[in-house]
Every structure is written in C-alpha cells, then in structure tokens.
Design a binder for this molecule. Structure first.
Ligand code: URA
Length: 236
C-alpha cells in the first residue's frame, strides 16, 4: 500500500514525522534510487527506501509456489474446525504466502501460492479468463451429446457456464474419465457442471493452470515456479 514517505519513516521508528520531512527536504532520502520529494508516496513492501545511502526498507522478495494439494486438506491457512490445512505443507517457507484461489476439500492437485498480492488479484479477477484443467472421474457412461452440452455451457444456479474444452479419456462399464478446461472459477464449478447433466463427480484433480503443469509433483509436495512460469502468469 502506498503511504506518504514521512509517515513510513516515522512508522519505522527512524524519526518523528516532522524530522522525516527535514530529512527528505535535505535530500537524504531516496526511493528506488531517486531523490525523494516531500509529499511523495511509497510502498514499503515494494520500494527500496534509503536514508543517507543506507537501505532502510527492503521489499520482501516475492515467491511463487506450486503445491500438489492432497484430498481432505483445506486450501486455506487456518481451519476453525481443526482440519488439516495447506499450512502443514508449507514447512520451510519463511514468507507468508496465500493460495491463488481454492480447491475443494475433496479435490486434489495444483494449487498456486504467493505473497504477490497484485498478481493474485489479477488472476482472480472475473474478467481474467485463466484456463484451468482438471482430470475428472464421473459416475456413468457419458454420451457424445452430454460432452457437447458441457463444452457449450450448462445452466447452473448462478448462470450459464462459459464454453469449456472437454475430452473423453476412457470409460469402463460404470465410470467415465475426462479432461476438462474451464475459464472461470465459480465455487465447485466442475462438480456442479457434471451434476447438472446427471453424472456426479467421483474424483477431481487439477492438473494445470494457465500452462503451469502439475507434472510429476507428488501429492503434498511443493515446488518453486520457474521464472518463465511466473512471467507467463504475469502476462509478460
Ligand atoms: N471445480 C470444483 O468443483 N472443485 C474444485 O475444487 C475446483 C473446480
């Protein structure tokens, strides 16, 4: 969050707000290498602020992680009911990271985590149609016309779903396995889509988000995203 520089300096206990103004006026403060001006705003989380050439505030490095969330794990950092949360899988990560979106308690697979609030907001914004791919095991033998229906859009309580890509992988006498890519992130969306055509989901696993693949990351394991993957998410 952007705040007035003199307020940041005072908050950091460097000096009083009035004295901080003097420091700024006397050209002793820089922000990202530029001489600070009175009234200037900065973000202590993002900007390098120096007084007399000494770094005062170093922005926390951004980290970007992929977790293969197991089933029966809550995708938040705390659960009032005391169930296992993703926090149990973040041992060794010093930064406070947050999940980008959610996976249901019973859904496994790829969950992205970061301390980059800006990127999280961008990705979760409804106008940003990020592709998310799932492997689904459903009850019954799905028919061609039902696959077409799912891919064109099904009516749910909260409206028609956007077109999705759906591919049948295999079937046996009781179940069908499919891959589905959706471009929105409504609550329990995939489960509700298949419920709506009479084929309840038995197993659901997210295998990709915007080209970032779960790959061979084992259940409960964590990895850092590559620079390339992060740039892709940022749209760079
Ligand atoms: N759709 C669902 O139904 N559940 C998830 O966890 C993600 C997408």
């Amino acid at each position: 969050m952007q705040q007035r520089l003199q307020k940041i300096l005072a908050m950091m206990g460097i000096t009083s707000r009035r004295k901080a103004e003097e420091l700024i006026l006397n050209g002793r403060v820089t922000v990202n290498g530029q001489l600070a001006q009175l009234g200037m705003k900065a973000d202590p989380k993002k900007d390098h602020i120096k007084v007399d050439g000494k770094i005062l505030i170093k922005p926390e490095p951004k980290i970007y992680l992929a977790l293969n969330k197991p089933k029966k794990v809550i995708s938040s950092l705390h659960d009032p009911e005391g169930r296992t949360t993703i926090k149990d899988f973040l041992k060794g990560i010093k930064q406070r990271v947050f999940p980008i979106g959610r996976l249901d308690y019973d859904t496994e697979g790829l969950l992205l985590l970061t301390n980059d609030g800006e990127l999280t907001q961008k990705i979760l914004h409804p106008s940003y149609r990020i592709p998310k791919t799932y492997l689904v095991k459903i009850k019954g033998l799905i028919q061609e016309n039902e696959i077409k229906k799912i891919s064109q859009g099904v009516r749910l309580q909260d409206g028609l779903t956007l077109p999705a890509q759906v591919r049948l992988i295999k079937q046996n006498e009781n179940n069908s396995w499919l891959e589905i890519t959706i471009y929105e992130g409504r609550k329990r969306q995939v489960r509700r889509m298949f419920d709506a055509i009479g084929h309840p989901v038995i197993k659901l696993k997210r295998i990709a988000i915007d080209g970032i693949k779960l790959g061979d990351l084992k259940t409960g394991e964590l990895r850092h995203l590559t620079e390339r993957e992060v740039n892709k998410l940022k749209g760079l």
